[in-house]
Ligand binder design. Structure first.
Ligand code: NAD
Ligand code: TDX
Length: 364
């Protein structure tokens, strides 16, 4: 089993979303002959426009294909897996608050979908064993820091127990455990990454940073959950995508790699910085009812990935400034991303919270 290098054919599931589309744009932009087929269901979070740069460039477009479909559909997955040297699975329902409102879709994609991918990988590995293809494909499962649960002190290492605390995190942990079981039982070539809180261009406006940037641009209230002292370690999307490409090429089969960020900050600190960049007042911030089961802190140790030779490149201040500029310059993108059930979701998540909110104390 050999990790795929330049010129390989990658199947990228969930490649029309935030991090997946960055991975596709960056890998295609290397112009090293790599071919990519994206399989994406185009849920409310998936957007083919995110891949427009690739599809509009003749050289990249010749190496690219897009298939609209569901990773939980074996008939969609099997022929694509048969043609792939590796599968990189970004596909997931990705928003914690939505998982608290409606968990079912999270389990369908995060558990059933990953199972379908693994069955396809198993079939292809058996074909390689019979000499019907030269090498078995590799699977890279994109997972998250949230599988560790809330970490009050210290930093999670890959061997720590998984203790997910939201339906989203539990679905991600279940997907990972299936990958682990298939690796152990069937000897599949699989690696897993656990990425930190990611931010950057093309981030759906439901998440903290893009929600607060876009609401602030419209002078709308910014709903800060609870005391706002929850801590996250922020990772720029180009570093997250780069780390995934690095693990795909160099990771050891069966291993899990944390992908930490480059700045651990409270939510209040993040909001203070983005308001300063936007020139908007703290008075927009409203203290609202907390997220149920809200994880207080995520923090991961990055030594295992570091030993593989990966280092993050984008510092948080630089990354946040360029992200804010991107949202300023791409108003049509983020207004269009607020489509589908956006208004109903926003009302369900925030109407009562905002009606019972209070002015947030000025940031200490
Ligand atoms: P996203 O919601 O922006 O994108 C998810 C993509 O998957 C969308 O294009 C969507 O259409 C597609 N999709 C959903 N269900 C599908 C299905 N059943 N079949 C095919 N495609 C489907 O999410 P993101 O923020 O880009 O996250 C990508 C991956 O990274 C997820 O697995 C997520 O758990 C993980 N992750 C995200 C972060 C973060 O901070 N955003 C951090 C760590 C890990
Ligand atoms: O309106 C809000 N108000 C608020 O205070 C929102 C949307 C969030 N928050 C808080 C909750 C978190 O403490 O901000 C923090 C970040 O929230 P999200 O952007 O929803 O991210 P988080 O819940 O930390 O999960 C993210 O990182 C891990 C991604 O969405 C996941 O997909 C990833 O796995």
């Amino acid at each position: 089993m050999t990790a795929p290098g330049p010129g390989a054919h990658l199947l990228v599931s969930g490649g029309a979303g935030f991090i997946g589309s960055c991975f596709v744009r960056d890998v295609m932009g290397r112009r090293d002959g790599t071919r990519i087929t994206v399989l994406d269901k185009l849920t409310y979070a998936g957007n083919r426009v995110n891949l427009g740069e690739v599809e509009a460039d003749p050289e990249m477009a010749a190496r690219f294909a897009f298939v609209q479909g569901d990773i939980a559909d074996p008939s969609a997955v099997a022929p694509l897996a048969a043609a792939a040297d590796a599968i990189v699975n970004f596909a997931a329902e990705s928003h914690v608050d939505r998982s608290i409102l409606e968990p079912a879709a999270f389990l369908r994609t995060g558990v059933d979908g990953v199972h379908v991918l693994l069955e396809a990988l198993r079939a292809e590995t058996e074909r390689a064993g019979r000499g019907e293809r030269s090498l078995a494909p590799r699977l890279l499962q994109v997972s998250t820091d949230e599988v560790y649960g809330s970490v009050d002190e210290g930093r999670s290492v890959e061997a720590d127990p998984l203790a997910p605390r939201s339906p989203y995190a539990a679905a991600k942990a279940a997907g990972e455990l299936l990958v682990r079981a298939y690796r152990v039982t069937y000897g599949l070539d699989a690696v897993t990454t656990r990425g930190s809180n990611t931010y950057g261009p093309y981030h759906h406006p439901e998440k903290l940073i893009p929600l607060f940037v876009t609401n602030a641009l419209d002078d709308l209230p910014l709903p800060l959950y609870g005391d706002g002292l929850q801590r996250r370690d922020w990772l720029h999307v180009s570093d997250h995508a780069g780390a995934i490409a690095h693990v795909l090429a160099h990771g050891v089969a069966g291993e899990v790699y944390n992908v930490p960020g480059s700045a651990e900050l409270t939510n209040r600190e993040v909001v203070e910085r983005l308001l300063a960049l936007l020139g908007k007042p703290w008075s927009l911030v409203r203290t609202v009812a907390d997220r149920p089961g809200h994880d207080r802190r995520y923090a991961m140790d990055g030594a295992h990935l570091g030993a593989l030779g990966w280092v993050n490149r984008v510092g948080f201040d630089e990354g946040l400034a360029s992200t804010v500029t991107w949202y300023r310059e791409h108003e049509s993108w983020w207004r269009a991303a607020r489509r589908g059930d956006w208004d109903a979701y926003y009302a369900r998540q925030y109407a009562e919270r905002l009606a019972t909110s209070s002015a947030a104390d000025a940031n200490p």
